[in-house]
Write a protein that binds this ligand. Structure first.
Ligand code: ATP
Ligand code: MEV
Length: 681
């Protein structure tokens, strides 16, 4: 699909609104006029355009779509021939469902950020965030065989789905992608794909006193080597253990409105989820999902999962498919396998199993997926998206469908891999949220900051990276009031249905706020001084007021606002879905000890009322990988085992053990998919 490129005169307002709303492109649209006059009034009140602000204005010219990555036709991808490999020899188009799935979007999600960033510091004690020590995996499987009866049931379109016997089901053997083949030829260890590394590592060191006999092709080998190799092969895991990680996010402007086709600005936050993937010996055919933070620990027998159903030509989704809705039949096929999991967390397990079955095969390696997160759960900071990005990245790496980031990974391929991770993280978000916009998983995948808009859910979103996103003085507050994103999103939908005109205007107003903020935030001449911060702060306050009117605030959030407003230290807004969870305040520059004292007083008051205060760093890296999960110099690599990961104490312990700050980035530390050369360790 070709992205609509709009050519407009590069004036301040026109350029800045390009990505915000199609309405803005129409110079006569009321929303465009409103925002223009707002912004003009602001700049008229500033210094003349020859002063420092002229630089600010000039920088706005840089807001354009020109950096968007062009769309890519999937047929040109090295692994586009996947479908033709199925057992029943069906043609490639037969196994792709939906015309749209055959296209890659080219959405630009990769970012350019500083290599490391300080972890978010909790101000209060680590209350309530202690982590479990290792628990024994429970092997619980549905006793009934795979339910095939639902295959005969009518689907939503009224047709009777086909029955797929195991024999007729295609066995999809994934071909080596081009990058994999290239990388195998390359001696550089950091450029190997997951699968190629597995091939080189899978033969263990061998020593024997047996006489050497000539083997095939004249090569020497011993008999016991042949015997022990088959034994060792069974006992050896197929792949080394590895880890992936993805950040939390803060929505600065536009939450909820973004679900209704408006734009939002969001940035990655320095809190992260970490997923450890431990591979089991080949003769073990189980997969375990251990979400340690929520005490979810479940094991499935790989071969008894409904592979035939997921791999059937009508249902099969491929790595490069952009799936924009969940398949009810597939969900139903999964339900017996999810029954043993408590209701509250079933959606998180669904997110895993759905992607596991779509992206894997009966032959997927046996593994334990263990997740721990430093992100408060259900608090508006995108904890669910961070988890689904980790799951998506891990499953793609495991199947060899993406390669690890390295200096040799050219920019287009990096963007393509990020897109795959993001698209499948969105599928996980659909399992957890129901109706996500996709902004959370997009930021958690690409990191730094984005302007995001999804007008048409059947099409890829428009994403613009905010290259110049500034370092902002923010204070994050967690009200500790739990809530569910899915419910709040549904509430706004029903309010809009009851009051379409009024709610429509409020959503337009939020869109205007985002448009104005965009001009300040994506500007290399932005100065976090009083005048620019005041402007941003006012927009924060206006956006919060509109969210209150949409009914997504909470008395505790209003209490935070009251305390911060009362002290005069900044401007406050809820972030994420609201209904509790977190707020953030843009802080005024602190001028001397009196201001400092006010801030300390605010923090104390909030702590007395049971709320946690964080100092946040925005704009960090997106999804990253630690392959293998080990630390130290090449000659003394120490594996980071699942047990060590589970035993790490609290968020600080996790950060100290596996955080990018402690392990570094580059070949021996965390690697991030970025569109620039990673730093070598
Ligand atoms: N650490 C975690 N371990 C396992 N599951 C998690 C974890 N964090 C989040 N989840 C899943 O995500 C759900 C919370 O998602 P929800 O969207 O309600 O909150 P959020 O993503 O933190 O907030 P928002 O969507 O407003 O940013 C949990 O119920 C759980 O299913
Ligand atoms: C409330 C919402 O806008 C943000 C949640 O972080 C929902 C979404 O965009 O999916």
């Amino acid at each position: 699909m070709t992205r609509e490129e709009v050519s407009m005169p590069s004036s301040l307002h026109e350029d800045s609104f390009k990505m915000v709303d199609k309405d803005f492109l129409d110079v006569s649209s009321p929303s465009r006029k409103r925002a223009e006059s707002e912004v003009s009034r602001y700049y008229d009140a500033q210094e003349p355009v020859t002063g420092p602000d002229s630089e600010l204005l000039a920088g706005v010219d840089s807001l354009s779509l020109s950096q968007q990555v062009p769309d890519t036709d999937v047929s040109s991808l090295p692994n586009a021939n996947l479908n033709s490999n199925n057992a029943n020899g069906s043609s490639s188009s037969a196994s792709i469902v939906g015309g749209e799935s055959s296209k890659a979007t080219g959405g630009s999600v990769a970012t350019s950020v500083q290599p490391t960033f300080p972890p978010l510091q909790r101000r209060d004690s680590d209350r309530g965030r202690g982590r479990e020590l290792p628990r024994k995996s429970s092997l619980s499987m549905p006793s009934a065989p795979i339910p095939f009866q639902h295959h005969h049931r009518k689907n939503s379109s009224g047709s009777v789905p086909r029955f797929y016997s195991a024999a007729a089901a295609p066995t999809i053997r994934q071909p080596l992608s081009q990058e994999f083949r290239n990388d195998r030829a390359s001696p550089a260890p950091e450029s190997t794909s997951v699968a190629s590394e597995h091939l080189t590592n899978s033969i263990p060191p061998f020593t024997s006193n047996e006489p050497i006999r000539p083997g095939l092709n004249g090569r020497n080998r011993s008999l016991s080597r042949t015997r022990s190799l088959s034994y060792i092969k069974r006992m050896e895991p197929e792949l080394p253990d590895f880890m992936v990680s993805a950040p939390a996010k803060v929505i600065m402007y536009g939450e909820h409105a973004v679900v209704h086709g408006k734009a939002a600005i969001a940035a990655a936050l320095s809190l992260r989820s970490y997923l450890h993937v431990h591979h089991l010996p080949r003769d073990n055919r189980t997969v375990t999902l251990h979400f340690a933070d929520i005490n979810l620990n479940h094991t499935w027998d790989i071969e008894s999962l409904p592979w035939d159903y997921f791999n059937s030509p009508a249902k099969k989704r491929l790595h490069f498919d952009a799936v924009t809705s969940l398949d009810d039949d597939l969900l139903e096929a999964l339900s017996p396998f999810l029954e043993p999991i408590i209701n509250k967390y079933r959606s998180a397990a669904t997110a895993f199993l759905y992607a596991y079955l779509c992206l894997g095969s009966k032959h997927s390696p046996a593994a334990i997926f263990t997740l721990r997160s430093t992100i408060p759960i259900g608090a508006g900071l995108g904890s669910s998206a961070s988890v689904t990005v980790c799951l998506s990245a891990a499953l793609h790496l495991q199947s060899g469908m993406i390669v690890r980031p390295s200096a040799k990974l050219f920019e287009e391929e990096c963007t393509r891999q990020l897109k795959r991770i993001n698209d499948w993280a969105f599928v996980g978000e659909m399992c957890i949220h129901g109706n996500p916009s996709g902004v959370d998983n997009t930021v958690a995948t690409g990191g730094k900051a984005v302007l995001f808009r999804r007008g048409d859910y059947s099409k890829p979103p428009e994403v613009k990276r905010l290259e110049h996103f500034p370092e902002l003085p923010l204070m994050l507050v967690n009200t500790n009031q739990s809530r569910r994103t899915a419910e709040l999103v549904a509430n706004v939908h029903s309010l809009r249905n009851s009051h379409p005109t009024t709610c429509g205007l409020m959503l337009d107003a939020i869109d205007n706020v985002t448009a104005e903020a965009m001009m300040l935030l994506d500007n290399k001449h932005f100065r976090p001084d009083d005048s620019h911060l005041t402007r941003l702060g006012e927009l924060v306050r206006i956006n919060h007021g509109l969210l209150v009117s949409l009914g997504v605030s909470h008395p505790k959030l209003e209490r935070v606002r009251q305390i911060v407003d009362g002290s005069g230290i900044g401007w406050t807004k809820l972030t994420g879905a609201g209904g509790g969870g977190c707020s953030f305040s843009v802080l005024r520059p602190l001028c001397g000890p009196a201001d400092e004292a006010k801030k300390v007083k605010v923090e104390e008051t909030l702590a007395e009322e049971g709320m946690l205060t964080y100092e946040a760093t925005l704009g960090g890296d997106g999804v990253g990988v630690l392959w293998p999960s080990a630390s130290g110099k090449p000659e003394e690599r120490t594996p980071i085992t699942r047990e060590m990961f589970l035993a790490a104490e609290g968020s600080e312990g996790v950060e100290a053990l596996v955080g990018a700050k402690s392990l570094g980035t580059g070949r021996l530390g965390w690697g991030f998919w970025r569109e620039w050369l990673p730093e070598e360790a």
